[in-house]
Design a protein around this ligand. Structure first.
Ligand SMILES: Cc1cc2nc3c(=O)[nH]c(=O)nc-3n(C[C@H](O)[C@H](O)[C@H](O)COP(=O)(O)OP(=O)(O)OC[C@H]3O[C@@H](n4cnc5c(N)ncnc54)[C@H](O)[C@@H]3O)c2cc1C
Length: 654
């Protein structure tokens, strides 16, 4: 997407060039502090905080670790180079999909988004009134014009898709939260004002840091050697250009305008998300946080040169679309006009396997389906934990291949969805020469909900998605390769209710969720005992990958979910493997046993039913550190799981 006009103020002074050595070596160099770069950076801070201490000392022309890391508690060293003078202040994306809110929940930040953001609960559809003569608000007619009327309302998010809402909040704040969290975890900041100029990689070399990135700030040059580089430097990515990776797809003719305005209007739905199909064009309203500002997106006529568009053009167009309602603008906070490119990079990785692209650097689409920021952030979220696990010596380098496999496929799906979405919104007829009716549009909008909620990612079989050992029938509503669906469970220790997904915090740990079955079934506790014995045995899953001296749940965190009346069970009936000591104290952790049961004041989550698990059979669900499901196996199949983990996890030599 090419942004051609902005009336934004920017600037904030960043760090001084002199604070940085002219040459240094780091594990990871991130180019760009947008949503993609920051999501990856935050993961590295999380891995450092949890596994590597917090003192970050880059190795100056560092020592060799080779491509295969040995198990280490040394912090991952990383730098984030950003050409802007300071953090993003305003503008751009604002739609925070349910899935992105879930990710923020896993970072412990969702409450801020929910407090500050606009909640998109309902969407209101408006279209040309075909039946009635055109009159304006005072009943006056305008010959030859048809007015707009409300044609329907629907839930914005399909009920049951997520326990989190779809929100609207500006990207500056969304990025800022990740930035603050990263700084709080390991003191790392972004190096502002450093523009990446070039990147070079030594192919087929055994060098520990084969990539060299050159950057510049106010005439000062800097060279950083890195093991891995993430190009999160936006739609005009210098990294992608240096690697000569082409973008594939097309720059469509569609030109869109966007304005953040404080409206004075008699249009009744301006505080709802609306799609408006008028005779003179299509417009989308996205209400903004803070109760008064709204964003308007609308398509401009084919052939419009975005560079020649003025604010007055946009305001006139909007007024026309709203007719017969009045639409005046008290203030316009921000506006832009741009043409839509629906394109994906040919590859998200260079030939050496050390340089990756993420976000707009490798896929661009129109903003109206609210995908760009979310998809970019989720790219960074996908690769970040994999780099963390690799560089901490927990996993093999092969897991990086799954980043490309998973996110390139998703990017392609997004482009297909975006094309479909763009046509749906377009005022031009479809291929068959017809325009969708209002009803067809409303239905198609609802169908697209999986994408607009950010729930459409379905990762295929790979080292990290084990369809081969999974039996989907054990949990009919969990899809291996998708993020774990959620429902409420009640913690046995203190009767506190939790959404299941909230238990899967982004802290770098894998989750072994043991759905042991009905507590009143005489077979349940013996089978849980047997599993506890297997998991904690010398060759068992838990000990195999956890270094001696670290708490038993450091790498793989086991959570038990039983069904039935929690008051009938005592903790001493539960195997010790499910009650390891706390991280930092020799105290038994009782917080890992949950029930599918009525809570005192918060209802019943029916998690077994929601996930399609038969309580007489049960199952083990393995969730990756990013909450995607890797496997669903029988309770007696922990040995198979252990073998599967060996494909990419590094066993300890305990
Ligand atoms: C008007 C508008 C509205 C949008 N609305 C939405 C929406 O509602 N929902 C949604 O999901 N998305 C929306 N988007 C898209 C969204 O903003 C982008 O998809 C998203 O910002 C991409 O994130 P990113 O991290 O990949 O790139 P960016 O956010 O572009 O970040 C890239 C960073 O890299 C830096 N950089 C660039 N070159 C260099 C270099 N050579 N050296 C160092 N640093 C460099 C840049 O300064 C920037 O900070 C919108 C975009 C626009 C323009």
């Amino acid at each position: 997407m090419e942004i051609v006009s902005e009336i934004l103020g920017r600037a904030r002074s960043g760090s001084k060039a002199a604070e940085h050595p002219a040459e240094e070596s780091v594990d990871v160099l991130i180019c760009g502090s947008g949503s993609a770069g920051l999501a990856c950076a935050l993961w590295l801070a999380i891995y450092n905080h949890r596994f590597g201490g917090t003192s970050l000392k880059p190795e100056v022309n560092g020592s060799s670790h080779g491509n295969q890391e040995s198990l280490t508690t040394r912090p991952v060293t990383y730098r984030i180079l950003e050409s802007r003078d300071g953090p993003l202040q305003l503008g751009q994306a604002d739609g925070v999909q349910c899935r992105t809110v879930e990710i923020y929940e896993s970072f412990g930040l969702d409450h801020i988004l929910k407090d500050e953001g606009y909640w998109v609960n309902e969407v209101s559809f408006w279209a040309v009134d075909q039946a009635n003569p055109a009159t304006d608000g005072d009943g006056a007619t305008e010959p030859g014009r048809k007015k707009i009327v409300r044609t329907g309302r629907a839930a914005d998010v399909q009920p049951g898709l997520s326990h989190q809402p779809h929100l609207i909040l500006n990207q500056a704040r969304i990025n800022g939260l990740m930035l603050e969290k990263m700084k709080a975890l390991n003191g790392q900041d972004v190096d502002y004002g450093w523009k990446v100029a070039d990147i070079e990689v030594k192919k087929n070399s055994n060098e520990s840091h084969p990539v060299t990135v050159t950057s510049e700030k106010g005439g000062t040059k800097r060279s950083i050697r890195a093991k891995y580089v993430l190009g999160g430097d936006g739609a005009h990515s210098q990294i992608r250009r240096s690697l000569q990776i082409p973008m594939e797809g097309d720059n469509s003719n569609a030109v869109w305008g966007v304005m953040d305005v404080f409206p004075r209007t008699d249009f009744p739905d301006f505080r709802k998300k609306c799609t408006i199909h008028s005779e003179v064009g299509t417009l989308i309203i996205i209400p903004r946080e803070g109760d008064t500002m709204i964003r308007m997106y609308f398509e401009l006529p084919d052939g419009t040169n975005p560079k020649s568009v003025t604010l007055e053009d946009l305001q006139k167009k909007a007024k026309d679309i709203f007719w017969p309602y009045n639409m005046d603008f008290c203030t316009t906070k921000w506006w832009s006009a741009y043409s839509i490119g629906q394109r994906v990079a040919k590859s998200m990785v260079d030939d050496s396997g050390h340089i990756f692209l993420a976000g707009d650097a490798c896929h661009t689409h129109s903003p109206k389906a609210g995908q760009g920021m979310n998809a970019s952030l989720q790219d960074g979220y996908n690769i970040g934990w994999k780099l963390g696990a690799l560089l901490m010596g927990q996993a093999d380098q092969s897991i990086l291949n799954t980043y490309i496999q998973e996110r390139h496929q998703y990017a392609q799906q997004l482009i297909d969805f975006d094309k479909y979405w763009a046509k749906l919104f377009s005022s031009e007829p479809q291929e068959d020469g017809k325009k969708p009716t209002a009803e067809e549009f409303n239905q198609a909008f609802i169908k697209g909900g999986l994408f607009t909620a950010g729930m459409a990612a379905n990762y295929q079989d790979s080292d990290l998605v084990a369809n081969s050992i999974s039996d989907q029938n054990l949990a009919k509503k969990i899809v291996v390769g998708q993020r774990l669906p959620s429902a409420q469970v009640v913690r046995m220790s203190d009767s506190k209710p939790f959404p299941l997904l909230k238990l899967l915090q982004s802290d770098g740990r894998w989750r072994i969720l043991v759905f042991a079955g009905d507590v009143d079934d005489p077979a349940t506790l013996p089978s849980l005992d047997r599993l506890g014995e297997e998991l904690s045995s010398e060759r068992g899953l838990l000990r195999k990958f956890t270094p001696a001296g670290m708490p038993a749940d450091s790498i793989l965190d086991t959570l038990v979910v039983l069904r039935g009346d929690r008051k009938t069970l005592e903790f001493d009936q539960i195997h010790a493997a499910f009650k390891p000591n706390l991280d930092d104290m020799p105290i038994t952790n009782l917080h890992k046993i949950f029930f599918d049961d009525e809570s005192w004041n918060w209802g019943h989550g029916h998690v077994y039913e929601t996930l399609g698990i038969n309580p007489r059979v049960g199952c083990i669900v393995v969730a990756r550190p990013d909450q995607y499901v890797s496997a669903v196996v029988r309770l007696r199949e922990s040995a198979e799981l252990s073998e599967w983990f060996m494909k990419f996890m590094r066993p300890t030599n305990n």
